[in-house]
Design a protein around this ligand. Structure first.
Ligand code: SAM
Length: 289
């Protein structure tokens, strides 16, 4: 049997099982061998690695992962794909398929069971509608991660990598950069997928940091503050904080904390980097003590 990266093979499998693509699961399957090589290269997979794949589809990327990794666990939500995966992954003895929603899995337990609790690699051509929740869930659960290599919408990759003061900079940039160093490995046009998505895509690798890059007393407060400042992008930070449903500070308290952190009271959140948000979160925290 040819690999599924050969589009003819993919079409044959889809026809044999009369598979219908489901938009609600973000199903766009890869059909380009160069892109598959790029993903495996970017993820720096070796025969020592356990890889968690999110959303294997019919197993196109999974076949590549099996060839390069020690072991692969692929979690797929769509029940219709499970019998297909049984057939397309039959030649490999280092893969298991789990039927379920990735957002409902205990990933710490997966790392413990399959990799003795050591840092795992995560690889996925992600369903775009839940890219951010999946990535944030991985980071916030503090599961041991070596790196996370994912295909995402190009705009999302740009936002993850963005620096303060740029148009793409926002809460996602800060959240990703608090946990990881992002590296864009490739841009991928719509014709590399079946069916073709309406947007361009990019492969991004997030190298997880062994220590957080800034010290802050209350991490959760800092992220509430970050969300508050980007929810109302056009407003000053002072107004963003006072209007946030997640924070309980008056406009005057917000102004005082901003000044005590050493910033101009009219400043907007989009100008601040991680260490500045940490400083301001500590000032807000002090105010509550
Ligand atoms: N990996 C395949 C490829 O590259 O050709 C398929 C990628 S497709 C963009 C996304 C896959 O994720 C689909 O197979 C979809 O059914 C699956 N998926 C969507 N939501 C999921 C979830 N919450 N948990 C696990 N898999 C999910």
């Amino acid at each position: 049997m040819e690999k599924l990266s050969n589009p003819k093979e993919t079409i044959q499998v889809l026809q044999k099982y009369e598979f219908q693509f489901k938009k609600k699961f973000g199903q766009n399957f890869l059909i380009d061998p160069h892109v598959l090589d790029k993903i495996v290269d970017a993820a720096q997979i070796t025969k020592e690695d356990f890889v968690l794949e999110i959303g294997p589809g019919i197993g196109t990327l999974t076949q590549y992962l099996c060839e390069h990794a020690k072991q692969v666990l692929a979690v797929e939500i769509d029940a219709k794909l499970i019998p297909i995966l049984k057939e397309t992954l039959a030649p490999y003895d280092n893969v298991e398929v789990l039927h379920g929603d990735i957002l409902k899995q205990d990933i710490q337990q997966i790392a413990d069971t399959y990799n003795e609790g050591k840092p795992i690699k995560v690889v996925a051509n992600l369903p775009y509608y839940i890219t951010t929740p999946i990535i944030m869930e991985l980071f916030e659960s503090h599961v041991p991660l070596a790196n996370v290599t994912v295909m995402v919408q190009k705009e999302v990759a740009d936002r993850m990598k963005a620096e303060p003061g740029t148009k793409d900079y926002g809460a996602l940039s800060l959240a990703v950069q608090y946990y990881a160093k992002p590296y864009i490995a490739a841009f991928v046009p719509p014709n590399c997928f079946m069916p073709r998505p309406n947007v361009g895509s990019a492969v991004i690798r997030l190298d997880c940091l062994s220590r957080v890059p800034v010290e802050v007393q209350d991490e959760k407060l800092m992220f509430r503050l970050i969300r508050a400042s980007f929810n109302q992008r056009r407003k000053t930070l002072q107004n963003g904080i006072a209007n946030s449903p997640e924070l309980d500070y008056t406009k005057e308290e917000a102004a005082k904390a901003i000044e005590q952190a050493g910033f101009d009271v009219r400043i907007r959140g989009e100008k601040l980097g991680l260490s500045e948000f940490a400083k301001l979160a500590d000032e807000l925290e002090k105010m509550r003590e």
